[in-house]
Write a new protein. Structure first.
Length: 477
């Protein structure tokens, strides 16, 4: 019995089905290839305006030249880490790209709740869930949630305001991959204020931070930075001589001294005389901003500081983000150049700023000069092309943890740029914190007034005018 020939309709149907199957198979194949490719190579598209899920070009360039093996271990399963919150999703996306951009970086996930013996291998680190270990040989660094995120504390706990994942990861990789660290010494013995937050910031950015008594200890000859934070007691003459010897460095110079004053200090004649030799005087009172458009959070003592000199801003990620130097004592330069010393103003408050006595009871006691008021200055001594630097800030509050962690202020960015520039560090990367949708921002009083005018006056008037014009047009028809 002969088979009936296929009709045109059946042939068309079979052909259509075959084409459909081929197209579906191709789509499945493309999807599989895409999934494999995105896991192995950085081919995902980041459509966010600030590229919050994408590594910056600075990190990519550094990873391209990385020639050491780096092991990254996340203290959780991959799924649980990503499910910990929207900022963890962003951190996970960023983390994966390190292995995609460098074959020398290996990432693994260890659920330490299910495998507690792993954490027991590092008893001194106190590993917790979602911590990240970055290791290169014997060098190891732990990153916690407070490292990869900027957290704002309040009465009810803490909330993540921005992501610092890329900065933390890239810095940690640089730290463990580096064989040499710049040494910074924090001076003690004069009832100094706490600088733990800044010390931690330095340590996480590749500095070897230690402390020493100016009176009883020998200052390390290989230290590049000395730092003294708001001492309450004066130094002695022999201590001043030790500072001179450190800065001179046997004629080689190349040293840096950071000094932070405070409105809580009394008279310190020996220390003040030593600063005066460098051409710097720390004035009395507290700088206050009288222009409400140049203050942070409507607090006149938290004025916006201008980058008067850009010598130390070159390594900042964004110089447009405001910086504040709260409750600063006014700075004064005693000369511009003298006997090898050269001074300059680094940060200043605007002409609208004034000086309030420490015990001021009213705004009437504020004195203004109509001139910018320096709040951070620098003096450089140069001899035979070798130089040492002295930086003086009018307040120790510039180092507080809340200001250093704020993604809306550039305090941490500027301070790191300053010390990195002074110590001539190379391969230093500064990446601005990244905020996901709905993050908090800090705006000035002027911006508040502008937004209020737009929303309460301009926009309603525009709607009213459009409505009236449409009504008149229809009425004439």
């Amino acid at each position: 019995m002969s088979k009936k020939p296929l009709t045109i309709q059946k042939k068309t149907g079979i052909l259509s089905s075959a084409i459909t199957l081929i197209v579906v198979a191709c789509l499945i194949l493309i999807n599989v290839v895409a999934i494999v490719a995105t896991e192995k190579y950085p081919v995902k598209l980041d459509l966010t305006s600030s590229k919050v899920f994408q590594l910056s070009q600075e990190s990519v360039d550094y990873l391209g030249g990385l020639d050491k093996t780096i092991d990254v271990t996340v203290m959780n399963s991959e799924s649980n880490f990503g499910n910990s919150g929207e900022y963890y999703v962003q951190a996970l996306a960023v983390l994966k790209q390190y292995a995609q951009y460098s074959k020398n970086i290996h990432i693994k996930y260890v659920d330490i709740l299910a495998n507690p013996t792993y954490a027991a291998q590092y008893p001194d680190l106190g590993l917790q869930v979602n911590d990240i270990l970055v290791q290169c040989g014997d060098n190891i660094q732990k990153l916690t949630a407070n490292d990869i995120f900027n957290v704002e504390q309040n009465w009810y706990g803490g909330s993540i305001t921005s992501s610092n994942a890329e900065q933390a990861m890239t810095s940690a990789i640089m730290n463990v991959a580096s064989d040499e660290k710049v040494k910074a010494v924090i001076l003690s013995g004069h009832e100094e204020s706490d600088s733990g937050a800044f010390q931690e910031l330095l340590a996480k950015n590749g500095y070897d931070v230690s402390s020493a008594s100016l009176l009883t200890d020998e200052l390390p000859s290989d230290a590049a930075i000395l730092m003294m934070v708001a001492p309450s007691r004066d130094i002695m003459e022999e201590e001043a001589k030790k500072l001179d010897a450190f800065m001179e460095n046997g004629g080689a110079y190349g040293k840096n001294f950071l000094y932070f004053a405070s409105t809580r200090q009394g008279s310190l004649p020996n220390l003040e005389a030593w600063l005066a030799k460098w051409g710097i005087k720390v004035g009395a009172g507290s700088v206050i901003e009288t222009n409400p458009n140049r203050v942070i959070s409507q607090n006149p003592f938290f004025g916006i500081a201008d980058f008067t000199d850009t010598t130390l801003t070159g390594m900042m990620s964004n110089t447009k983000i405001p910086m504040t130097v709260p409750f600063s004592r006014p700075m004064e330069l005693l000369f511009s150049e003298s006997m090898g010393y050269k001074t300059k103003t680094l940060l200043s408050y605007a002409q609208s700023a004034g000086i309030a006595p420490v015990d001021a009871q009213s705004m009437d006691e504020i004195t203004t000069s109509g001139q910018p008021i320096p709040v951070a200055v620098m003096s450089t001594y140069t001899k035979d092309a070798a130089k040492s630097n002295l930086l003086v800030f009018g307040t120790e509050l510039v180092l507080t943890n809340s200001l250093l962690q704020s993604g809306s202020l550039s305090n941490a960015d500027y301070l790191l740029s300053a010390v990195n520039t002074l110590t001539e560090r190379e391969n230093v990367i500064s990446i601005a914190p990244k905020v996901l949708g709905g993050g908090n921002i800090v705006i000035t009083q002027a911006e508040i007034l502008i937004y209020a005018a737009l929303l309460m006056i301009v926009l309603p008037l525009a709607v009213l005018i459009v409505g009236i014009s449409i009504w008149l047009r229809r009425r004439r028809r």
